[in-house]
Structure formats: C-alpha cells, structure tokens
Design a protein around this ligand. Structure first.
Ligand SMILES: [Zn+2]
Length: 380
C-alpha cells in the first residue's frame, strides 16, 4: 500500500519514512487513537514498503511498487510474513488447547473473516469487526508464539498486527508479554488500539507508543469527495459529524445521514403540533422501527440533538458559519426565534436519555413515543 493512501497524519508518515530509510524500524509499536484515523493504514504502509521486492524512491523516500509478488500477496492475504491477530468468537470448544483457536469456528465464519480482512486491506479505513467476538484468547497468543519460534517463512522481516489489542484478555496479555521480552530484530509488532489504558503497563513499556490524532474535517471531506459523488453540502455535513474518524464518515455515507436528520426534524415538527397527531404519529413511529436498526435509531437521535445544539449556537452567536447543520438554516432560524435556550437544553437531555434507553434495550417504538410526549411536555 502506497503512502499517499494514508489520509493526513503527515508527521507520523515522515517519522516512519525516515525510520525506514535509516533502517531503524523498531520491534514493537503501539498505535493508539480513535477508530478510523489511519493506525492500520500506517502499519500497512510500513509493512508494504519494507516487504516490497522493488521499492521505488520518490522524493527521497521509499515507496512500495504494488506490482511485485510480495506487494500482490499482501493484498491477497497470502503473504506469509504477516500475521493478523484479532478477537474471535468462542466456538464450541474454543478454549481446548489441542484444537487451536480456529478449529472450533465454522467454515462459513472463517470465509467471512477472510473476506472482511481482505476488504480491510483494500480499504484500511473500512470497519473490521468479527460478529460475536470480543476477546483475543490465550490460545491465539500461544499459537502466535509457536509460529514466531520458527524462522521467518520468507527472507526479510516478519510482522504481527494485533487489531484492538486491548481485547487480549489478561492471560493473553501476559503470554504476549513473554514474546515482547524476547525481541528479535527481524520481527515487528503493531498493537493497534483505541484504548491504550486497556494494555498492561509492562507491554506498553516495551513498545514505542504513537498517538494518532483525529483527522481534520478538511482531510475527511477531501478523501470522501474522491470516492463519492455526493453534493459538497452533504459531504460537508458528514465530514463535520464524523468527529475526525474516516471509518465513521463511511458509516454515515452508507446510512444516508441527511435523510435521517430530515426525518427527525419532521418528527420534532410533529411533536409541536397543538392537536395530538394520532395516526400520523403512529405511522412515523412504525417507520422508524421498521427502517432503522438499533444503532441507526441512535444515530437519528444524535442527529436531532446536534440539530438542536446548532439552534443554541445560533441563538448565542447569530453566526451560521459555526453550525454543523448549515444546509438547513431557514428552519433552524425559525425554531431559534420560537424557543428559549432553557427548554431546548432540556430537550437535548431528553434525547440523550432516549439514546441511553435504546442502549438498555428498550424497544424503539417505546423510546420514540416517550420522546414525543416528553418534547411536548417541555416545549408546548
Ligand atoms: Zn512491490
């Protein structure tokens, strides 16, 4: 994978390009930062550059060719000098050591995992999550230790990438620590994590930690605009909403954010009618329950909260340049003129409580009906 596919993170890129040039890539790194900021992309950039058989020099730094055998086999998940470690679901006999961690998984699940991993390599910002998995188990680390005790399958450096390294349970972390305590200069570990504090201090002290800051709105906007033919307005909303995570931005693109927010503003309008809109309300709530899953229903609520927060920002500043929902100023201004900041803050609290209710598995129609009634109570 070429360096220019890594979005932003210029300082980190330069740091590693130099390290490669000066042949001082270390044996263990902990890349930490929120999801979707390029931790895996950077690891893949380093791995590709160091493994490429015919790297080219561009502007004084090495670039992988993306054509040689090694570059191709990294893409196809067939490069034997990389091992990927990530949480696996518990199979029937997941913890029986003689079976190994993969033995208990069904063929279709293994196929699905391979497909997701390939997608993750093609687009390092794609979400990678194995259904039903939450722990990296000691059996996986034991197997890793076994394979690392042999010499590398191909000449050159071997790489181990651990996704969500904090998901190693305590036994797995202790076993992994032993591996770090016997460093080899032809192996590099990349521990990728969103929660660095979930790793043992003894592990962290043996790795070089690199913080990946959130991406800027402009970086996300630019990289989305290369891939999607959406309007600038919509891309702008998504870029501002994704809080610096390109992975989140992709999720937003796929779930059609503007449509969701408009539906929520309609819902708010409905709640503000003087007469109780019985049938229409029922229709709307049914639509929410049928159209959106739990996560999307929460996202809808987040969008509504953000819209109301914009109303508050506008009330204070009268400057629409500060707004996230800048495409919908007319409705927003009308709304701002009608209500004071205190009830609107209460509404935001109600919405946050609704998000919490969905988290605690309250049914979506119940949550929305409750939201509807509470909003009326506060605003009418
Ligand atoms: Zn190559």
């Amino acid at each position: 994978m070429k360096w220019n596919k890594i979005v932003g993170q210029e300082n980190i890129k330069i740091f590693f390009k130099k390290a490669i040039k000066e042949k001082r890539v270390g044996s263990g790194y902990c890349f930490f930062g929120i999801e979707g900021v390029g931790k895996f992309a950077t690891a893949l950039g380093i791995i590709s550059t160091l493994s490429c058989l015919k790297p080219r020099e561009i502007n004084g730094f090495l670039e992988p060719c993306e054509e040689c055998n090694n570059c191709k086999s990294i893409e196809n998940l067939k490069f034997p000098n990389i091992e990927y470690i990530f949480s696996l679901p518990a199979g029937k006999s997941a913890d029986k050591e003689e079976d190994g961690p993969i033995a208990s998984l069904s063929d279709s699940l293994i196929e699905d995992i391979n497909l997701k991993l390939r997608q993750k390599i093609a687009n390092p910002y794609a979400k990678f999550k194995v259904e039903g998995a939450s722990q990296i188990k000691i059996a996986q680390i034991r197997e890793l230790r076994k394979s690392l005790s042999l010499s590398n399958p191909l000449p050159g450096r071997k790489f181990v990438v651990i996704f969500n390294a904090e998901e190693m349970n305590i036994d797995a972390q202790n076993a992994f620590l032993k591996t770090l305590e016997e460093p080899r200069d032809d192996i590099t570990f990349f521990l990728l994590t969103t929660r660095r504090e979930g790793l043992l201090p003894t592990i962290l002290s043996r790795c070089q930690s690199v913080f990946f800051p959130p991406l800027s709105t402009e970086e996300i906007f630019y990289s989305l605009s290369k891939e999607y033919s959406m309007g600038a307005e919509e891309l702008g909303i998504i870029s501002r909403f994704s809080n610096g995570s390109l992975t989140r931005a992709y999720e937003f693109v796929e779930s059609n954010l503007k449509m969701m927010r408009d539906k929520m503003v309609d819902f708010l309008r409905l709640a503000l009618r003087k007469e109780l809109p019985g049938a229409t309300l029922f229709e709307q709530i049914t639509m929410f329950a049928e159209k959106f899953d739990k996560r999307e229903a929460q996202m809808c609520l987040q969008l509504l909260a953000s819209w109301i927060r914009d109303v508050l920002v506008f009330m204070k500043s009268c400057d629409s340049g500060l707004l996230v929902n800048f495409d919908d100023n007319a409705t927003l201004v009308r709304f701002a003129n009608k209500f004071g900041p205190k009830p609107l803050k209460e509404v935001i609290e109600i919405i946050e409580n609704s998000i919490y209710m969905i988290n605690s598995n309250v049914q979506i129609p119940t949550v929305y009906l409750n939201l509807f009634l509470e909003i009326r109570k506060v605003l009418l």
